[in-house]
Design a protein around this ligand. Structure first.
Ligand SMILES: *Cc1c(COP(=O)(O)O)cnc(C)c1O
Ligand code: SF4
Length: 375
């Protein structure tokens, strides 16, 4: 692998025309690959006017499988809202941040963030199969932009090897599964060779936006000593299709633990009905456990997609009352300045009087619990 290798470039290469995995290559090739490809879509005048300016801040890319989910008759379609640039994106509010969770302040070497002792983020690529308009890393993706290059990870891998407290390596980016199998196998082997690392975690939207890419070759590249957890990123039940179901089945059969994180987005998934259906279908149909529901962070130009925290808490409370523990995500905010992800509730503790606690039940009634602890 030389430099800047990503699916997008690979699908472009003519010599790949006979590749057996043609399905995903068609999805890439026939999708939106540049802002100029938006011109052929039935956009609103506002979207059309915003496309060029928005693309300067955050690239535009939408595989065909994901594009096909858009109902163009619905201006508020939840798939469209996630990937089509909008005029609101160009309105930046006071206080919004270029690096909302301070990835860069906690980066001791290039392509690595180390904030919690036992786990690191590793960025093998800054490219994605799909670009989500609300992405909190959009400014890093635009500024750095590069794909995988073996040499670019050397310092990060040496850092992991030199820190025995690191047990978990989280591949993120960018989208790690936008890399070719060969690059993934190479990265897997290098991390596997570091004895104190026990878990490899992959944060990805590929199973959602480019499910045809989840091939037997891809899952084979990730087999070995390490436990593998794939954290998908579904935001709406409309993203769950026969194709995403097949992708998740392939990953489950490969032995990966599957979790999902969603971002709470106004106009996309900010009702209890939408979130409930999403969480149930993730678990029942895909075998993917809802892990986090993220409150919107302060990425620039995203005020129109943020809810208030009080709205999020009310949604999280309603989900907690309706869904089993397995189907229920934890509602979190990733704090600015690297404060980490903290649960925002709902909170059931109403108060305490010495050893007697007043706690609100799922039915809304407040009950007491008095501590009795042996000495
Ligand atoms: C989100 C994040 C993690 C992973 O956090 P979990 O709560 O374990 O999912 C690790 N490191 C950094 C810097 C993060 O931002
Ligand atoms: S796939 Fe992830 S990293 Fe890439 S644009 Fe979407 S949210 Fe951001």
């Amino acid at each position: 692998m030389t430099s800047d290798a990503n699916l997008h470039d690979i699908a472009t290469a003519e010599e790949r025309a006979f590749n057996a995995d043609a399905a995903w290559q068609d999805d890439v090739r026939q999708g939106v690959r540049h802002a100029r490809d938006l011109a052929s879509l039935p956009l609103s005048p506002g979207e059309r006017a915003a496309a060029h300016g928005a693309a300067a801040n955050h690239k535009v890319r939408i595989p065909k499988a994901y594009l096909d989910l858009i109902d163009w008759n619905d201006p508020a379609d939840p798939i469209r809202a996630q990937v089509i640039p909008s005029p609101e994106e160009l309105e930046e509010a006071e206080g919004e941040l270029g690096d909302p969770i301070a990835d860069h302040d906690f980066s001791p070497v290039p392509r690595l963030t180390h904030r919690h002792a036992d786990r690191v983020l590793l960025f093998p690529t800054y490219q994605c199969a799909v670009y989500c308009r609300f992405c909190f890393r959009k400014e890093s993706l635009t500024a750095i932009g590069r794909g995988y290059a073996r040499e670019a990870l050397e310092l990060a891998l040496a850092y992991i090897a030199a820190h025995p407290e690191i047990r978990e390596v989280i591949l993120t980016g960018g989208d790690p599964l936008s890399l070719p199998d060969k690059a993934l196998a190479e990265i897997f082997a290098r991390i596997e060779a570091i004895a104190h690392v026990r878990l490899l975690r992959i944060h990805t939207r590929v199973p959602v936006a480019l499910p045809s890419r989840i091939t037997s070759g891809l899952v084979e590249a990730l087999q070995g000593r390490l436990m593998v957890t794939v954290v998908t990123h579904f935001n709406h039940a409309r993203e769950i299709t026969d194709a995403t179901e097949a992708a998740c089945r392939t990953m489950r059969q490969a032995g990966f633990v599957l979790l999902n994180q969603s971002v709470l987005l106004k106009g996309v998934n900010d009702t209890v009905e939408v979130l409930e259906e999403l969480c149930r279908e993730l678990m029942y149909r895909l075998g993917v456990k809802p892990y986090y529901l993220h409150h919107g962070d302060l990425a620039r130009g995203m005020a129109h997609r943020r809810t208030t925290i009080a709205e999020g808490q009310a949604l999280a409370g309603a989900l907690r009352a309706r869904l089993s523990g397995i189907c229920n995500p934890v509602y979190v905010l990733d704090l600015p300045e690297g404060g980490g992800k903290v649960p925002l509730g709902p909170c059931y503790v109403e108060g305490r009087d010495g050893e007697t606690w007043r706690l609100r039940g799922l039915d809304g009634e407040v009950r007491t619990y008095t501590e009795i602890v042996g000495t």
